[in-house]
Design a protein around this ligand. Structure first.
Ligand code: PRP
Ligand code: MN
Ligand code: MG
Length: 183
């Protein structure tokens, strides 16, 4: 049978690198929210791994809530159409919200989400993302906490999928183009 590591061309960031960088970000977040911990809002499904690791790294009471918004479907290109598949359980009026994401690619998902959460009366909305592709951005978006900037390649692992596969890969790796070139 196919192994998880088949069809990858290069590991961009190992599990250890991701963990170490996340610990650095956690120290910044602890310092910035010294008065009052934020509500962590994870964006399903990609953010599951970074949420699990970040929340456990933080040395304060980290409440978690989740939204599912999808703009990719099964393909590799962002459609720009954001749909809410699952909304927050909590009322965020007056709360400090920290959105937790795996990756910012075009930025369309997060710029939409940030505005959406601000319009609900959140006291503040900041963003923490493990990965960002600066050269793929289609909208300007302020991001307070970034793990790594990466090149414009199709990457998988650590929550990131291709057609729902590879999310459970521990590293972040580049997917071999032959896997999706038939699209
Ligand atoms: C991916 C990724 C981000 C978003 C980034 O999610 O997890 O949420 O796309 O793309 P953008 O910056 O171009 O908007 P996806 O829609 O694939 O859903 P998933 O998290 O369930 O994989
Ligand atoms: Mn996502
Ligand atoms: Mg996806």
């Amino acid at each position: 049978a196919k192994q998880l590591g088949d069809d990858l061309t290069e590991v961009l960031h190992t599990e250890a690198e991701l963990r170490d960088r996340l610990a650095e970000l956690a120290r910044e977040i602890e310092r910035d929210y010294a008065e009052q911990p934020p509500l962590l809002v994870g964006v399903l499904k990609g953010a599951v791994m970074v949420m699990a690791d970040l929340a456990r790294e933080l040395n304060f009471h980290a409440q978690m809530d989740w939204m599912a918004v999808s703009s990719y479907g099964a393909g590799t290109k962002s459609s720009g159409v954001v749909r809410i598949l699952k909304d927050l359980d909590s009322d965020i009026t007056g709360r400090d919200v920290l959105i937790v994401e795996d990756i910012i690619d075009s930025g369309l998902t997060l710029s939409w989400l940030k505005e959406n959460l601000q319009s609900r009366g959140a006291k503040s909305v900041r963003i923490c993302t493990m990965l960002r592709k600066p050269k793929a951005l289609k909208v300007e978006i302020d991001v307070e906490y970034v793990g790594f900037d990466i090149p414009v390649e199709f990457v998988v692992g650590y929550g990131l999928d291709y057609a729902e596969d590879y999310r459970n890969l521990r590293d972040v790796a580049i997917l071999a183009p032959h896997v999706y070139s038939g699209e």
